[in-house]
Ligand binder design. Sequence first.
Ligand code: AMP
Length: 445
Amino acid sequence: MPESDDPEPNGGGSQKPDGTKKHKTGGKPREPIKAVRGVRDITPDERAIWRVAEHAAKRVAHRYGYREIETPLIEPRELIERGVGEGTDAASKELYRFEDRGGREIALRPEATAGIVRAYFDHGLNQGPQPARLYLIGPMFRYDRPQKGRYRQFFQFDVEAIGGPSAALDAEVIEVARAWLVDVGLNDLRLELNTIGDQKCRPAYLELLRKYYRPLKSQLHKECQERLEVNPLRLLDCKVPQCQPFKDGAPRMTDHLCDECEAAWTLVRRLLDAAGIGYQLNPYLVRGLDYYTRTVFEFYPASASGQQDALASGGRYDGLAADIGQPDAPGVGFAGGLDRVTELMTAEGEEVVSEPAAEVIVLPDGDLAAEAAEVARVTRSVRSAAVDYEPRSLRAKMRAADRLGARWAVIFNKDEAARRVAQLKDMASGEQVEVGWDELPARLS
Ligand code: AMP
């Protein structure tokens, strides 16, 4: 992306006459420093709905026998480039990469699969029961053009079954993805499904595709002209209007599968049918990354059309392990986007009561910080408790307590503190009783 598309309005340093940026190292910045472009904060109120989506992800993953794994946000750049494919957008244009202080080439992970497959070998998970069923929830990074639903740091729920060749696992991970989306209340889904063959049958098919498109080359848009020889599959999922008329006549992978791929394709669909999971065959679904083989799929909200709206996507990647220098290991998985899922949950009116910061708020009326801290400490044996230490009137403190949503307020002034008692107020009913500090745990539990 050209730098002019990517202004850094704040904190980016001023421009020197030669056009280079002068980075300020000291002194007070002239403007408030804002977040980096394309990333965002998730506020405590928003976290409530995120928690629902994350808990559902974990619950569903465990229900299907998947175990949680964490991998680093940084990986060797070569792992990512070889993993996702050097010619892909994810590796060439969108990768956040840098040299660390030791001169190592590092990438911020743009997706989880390559790191999880690396970890699978590094920790001998390939020696354990196969397949290894793993999941991860965490941030990914892509230097893409930011817009609603597309961020430079975003979160994925990633599910992988590594070490199992059976197409039954393809159907299983599709079922996991769907179960998660349904669990968070997104019932109205469209599943798009395709197969892109494997190393055995795909090369011949790609040649057929090239043969079909070569005479049409001058009528394709520039990027597709470049893709024609290198990565002709991508011609099928091109969204540019001028390339659309030719898709219909293009040869289809499903007509050119080898016997093994044909059998896998039949089994996936049979199992989805048996599980009552509806799908649409989409011969133009090929996915952006190099490592996919056979099954590829994407879940959309039923009403959506554009690719930008995919909620979860994945497929089989039998060639990935070898691509990153490991022994062959088949695998299949998907990644769901937590940003998009939570946005859709919110848009569909999912009501999540955000938890109060604390159940009990301690309101000292006067300069009684030490006493208030003691009362809060006693209370915390049974309830979460926070103290209002602000130098303001009790009235103002009561208003603030209301906004916090605490269930109880514990109020006392200097005289009451001397007697070690407080007013325990039920914020909903307004009822108030005097209690000794030591009685608080019993009264509140
Ligand atoms: P992918 O790894 O590209 O197959 O994406 C898997 C899922 O992650 C997509 O279906 C989206 O829901 C989500 N996703 C991918 N890229 C972004 C992004 N830049 N911002 C937010 N969500 C994303």
